[in-house]
Design a protein around this ligand. Structure first.
Ligand code: ATP
Ligand code: MG
Length: 392
C-alpha cells in the first residue's frame, strides 16, 4: 500500500490576495528542508500540500522535518488509493486495522472535495464506517467521542485514508521569509533561544549576536552558543551568528563606572552594537529574552535605560512570561539541556553584588559618560566573527 504525507497549513489561508505568495514561500521552505533526504514530489491543492516520497522508508524522517517548519499546522501519513468505494473500504480496513479492534469505539469522517464523486461526504462516512463495522467483530460505533476517527478524503485524483489520532502537530505560525529579518541577542541562557524561536515562528528570519568576553568566558561557552544557534536553526534552516568581542568594553565599565550600574551599562552597549549589526545586515528589529522583573536589569526602569539607546523596535516576546513557562517552551524546542550546561556567560562574570533596581536614564547616562562609547563600539565591531550555523 502506498503512503503519502498530507500537510495542512493554518493562518496563511486567511491572507486573502497574498495567499498565493505565502503558499509559494511555504512550498519553497518545505522543498529546501527535505529535498536532500530523498526524492519527493510536492504539490498543493485545496489548502493541502501533498508530499509523495519515493523511498517509503524515509517517510518518518520526512515527517519529522516537516513538524519543524513554521506555517505547518499538521503532518499526516495517509494511505493513497483509487477513488472507488470498494478500494477505499479495503484500504481503510488494511491501513487502520492496528487501531481498530474488538471493544474500540470509532467513527469515519468522510470528506468529498471532488464534487463529481458519486457519494456525498456523509455517504462516504456511512459506507466506509459500515464496512469496517461489519469486517471487525466487536467494533463500537460512537460518533460523539470515539477512540479512533478514520478520515477519508476524496480529492481530485485519489482518495486518502488515515487515523486522525496519528496526525502529528506542526509548529503553526507563518513561514520564514514572509516577514523581514530580526537580530536576536543570543546569550547562553534559557531565555534568548526561546525568544528567537517565538519571533521566527511569525515568519521572521533570524540573525543572532553573541557578546563574548574571552578569556573571562571560555571557548566552551562559545561552543554552547553555537550549539544553541544550531538548535534554533532546526526551525529556521540556518542562523548567521555574529560573535562580538566584549572584553575591552566590560573591563572599561568595571574600572570606570559605579558597580551598581555595571550590568545596565553593559546591556546598553549590547543593544547599541546589536543595532549597528542589524542595520549593516538589513535586519529590522532586535529580539531579547527579557522578561519583566526577572532580574534587576529587567525592571521597567532598567528596561527604559537599556531601550533608550536604540531606535529600532526591540521585540521581547517573553516579557510577560514566568521562568517556568519559558522552561516548558525551552524543553519543547529542544534548547533546555544545552542552555543549562554550566559554562559562564559574559553577564555572569561581571555581576555587581548590589545592582540598581530602579535606575534613572539621566543618572546612568552620567556615569556612562566617562567612557568613549563610540570608540569602544567601533573596536568591538572591528573584531566581529561571523559564523553561519546550520542544523546539526
Ligand atoms: P537568557 O535570558 O538567554 O536566559 P540570561 O537570563 O542569563 O540569559 P540576562 O542577563 O537575563 O540573560 O539578559 C537578558 C537578555 O540579554 C538575554 O535574554 C539576551 O537576549 C541578552 N543577552 C544577555 N547576555 C548576552 C550575551 N552574552 N550575548 C548576547 N545577548 C545577551
Ligand atoms: Mg534572562
Amino acid at each position: 500500500m502506498k503512503e503519502i504525507i498530507l500537510v495542512k497549513y493554518g493562518e496563511i489561508i486567511l491572507k486573502g490576495c497574498n495567499r498565493p505568495r505565502f503558499e509559494k514561500i511555504l512550498l519553497k521552505n518545505i522543498h529546501d528542508a527535505i529535498h536532500r533526504l530523498c526524492k519527493v514530489n510536492i504539490s498543493i491543492t485545496q489548502a493541502t500540500i501533498y508530499i509523495d516520497v519515493e523511498d517509503q522508508e524515509k517517510l518518518d524522517l520526512v515527517c519529522d522535518r516537516l513538524t519543524r517548519i513554521f506555517g505547518i499546522v499538521s503532518v499526516t501519513r495517509a494511505a493513497e488509493c483509487e477513488k472507488e468505494l470498494s478500494e477505499i473500504q479495503k484500504t481503510a480496513l488494511e491501513y487502520c486495522c492496528n487501531e481498530l479492534s474488538e471493544g474500540v469505539s470509532f467513527k469515519v469522517e468522510g470528506k468529498r472535495s471532488d464534487k463529481a464523486f458519486p457519494l456525498t461526504s456523509q455517504e462516504v462516512s456511512m459506507e466506509v464506517g459500515g464496512f469496517l463495522h461489519d469486517s471487525i467483530p466487536g467494533l463500537i460505533v460512537d460518533v460523539h467521542t470515539p477512540q479512533v476517527t478514520v478520515k477519508v478524503e476524496v480529492r481530485d485524483y485519489k482518495a486518502y485514508v488515515y487515523c486522525k489520532e496519528k496526525k502529528l502537530a506542526g509548529q503553526g505560525g507563518m513561514p520564514i521569509g514572509t516577514g523581514l529579518k530580526a537580530t536576536l541577542l543570543l546569550s547562553g541562557g534559557i531565555d534568548s533561544p526561546v525568544a528567537g524561536h517565538m519571533i521566527a515562528k511569525r515568519g521572521i528570519e533570524i540573525d543572532a549576536v553573541n557578546f563574548f568576553s574571552y578569556p573571562y568566558t571560555s571557548e566552551r561557552a562559545k561552543e554552547k552558543v553555537i550549539e544553541l544557534a544550531s538548535i534554533v536553526a532546526r526551525y529556521t534552516s540556518r542562523v548567521n551568528l555574529y560573535i562580538v568581542p566584549f572584553t575591552e568594553i566590560q573591563l572599561q565599565i568595571r574600572d570606570k563606572c559605579p558597580e551598581e550600574h555595571l550590568t545596565l551599562i553593559m546591556r546598553r552597549f549590547m543593544m547599541r552594537i546589536a543595532e549597528r549589526l542589524a542595520l549593516r545586515h538589513k535586519s529590522s528589529a532586535l529580539i531579547t529574552g527579557e522578561s519583566v522583573g526577572q532580574v534587576a536589569s529587567q525592571t521597567l526602569g532598567a528596561l527604559d535605560v537599556t531601550n533608550s539607546v536604540v531606535d529600532m523596535p526591540v521585540l521581547r516576546p517573553l516579557i510577560g512570561m514566568d521562568k517556568e513557562e519559558i522552561i516548558v517552551r525551552s524543553r519543547q524546542i529542544g534548547t533546555f539541556e544545552t542552555s543549562i550546561l554550566p559554562y559562564e556567560d559574559c553577564c555572569t562574570v561581571f555581576t555587581p553584588k548590589h545592582p540598581s533596581t530602579n535606575p534613572k536614564r539621566k543618572s546612568v547616562e552620567k556615569t556612562e559618560s566617562v567612557l568613549d562609547v563610540e570608540k569602544l563600539i567601533d573596536n568591538a565591531l572591528a573584531g566581529v566573527e561571523m559564523i553561519t550555523v546550520y542544523p546539526e
